[in-house]
Design a protein around this ligand. Sequence first.
Ligand SMILES: CC(C)(COP(=O)(O)OP(=O)(O)OC[C@H]1O[C@@H](n2cnc3c(N)ncnc32)[C@H](O)[C@@H]1OP(=O)(O)O)[C@@H](O)C(=O)NCCC(=O)NCCS
Length: 176
Amino acid sequence: MSSIKIEIITGYDEKLIAQLVELQKKALPPHMQITEPATYYKEGLQDRNNINVIMRDRHKVIGYLLGIPQGNVYEELRHWDPEMGDDPERLYLDMIQVLPEERRNKRGLALIQTVCAEAEKRNLFKLSMHARTNTGWSKYLQNLFADIRFLRQIENWYDFGEPCDYLEATTSLNTT
Ligand SMILES: CC(C)(COP(=O)(O)OP(=O)(O)OC[C@H]1O[C@@H](n2cnc3c(N)ncnc32)[C@H](O)[C@@H]1OP(=O)(O)O)[C@@H](O)C(=O)NCCC(=O)NCCS
């Protein structure tokens, strides 16, 4: 039987924050490391309007996804993508990460399936995201979502020194 569990959570304790900080150290490449990761995760987890998806193998956190209503994040993101607008009915996928040794095993897919199901429960049927181009992730997402549009490419997204594609989709996936 699989020991993998996925859950949607709101709120946090210090142990969870420490686990997420550890996760991002291993999961994000050096140029994408978050400057103040504990603050980032706390802010994400304490807002009930966000969707936080945590994946664990027994007690170990192996994956995480954060969705934030676009209306709550577009002002900050406009610095990097001036065309981003307010859209109260759209959920922005701010972060997805899986431990390197767990990848290519549909863990990322499971996180996305979970956020889509939860978004639909909250009557949110539209998504947006800036997806990495060079890793193939953006192409993968463009095939995964049943209804997805590529709007533009941002050459140096978030000063990461690599491009990301801005994509808008509905929550239906081709696999379901
Ligand atoms: C992106 C990420 C979450 C994907 O997790 P995952 O568990 O490997 O996801 P899945 O196994 O469900 O599917 C990954 C698919 O994405 C594509 N993909 C993702 N990363 C890839 C890579 N480095 N090289 C080639 N294809 C890649 C593949 O098409 C793959 O599908 P396949 O294995 O069936 O061919 C993981 O690679 C990660 O944490 N990366 C670092 C953080 C990051 O880049 N986040 C995205 C920011 S936009």
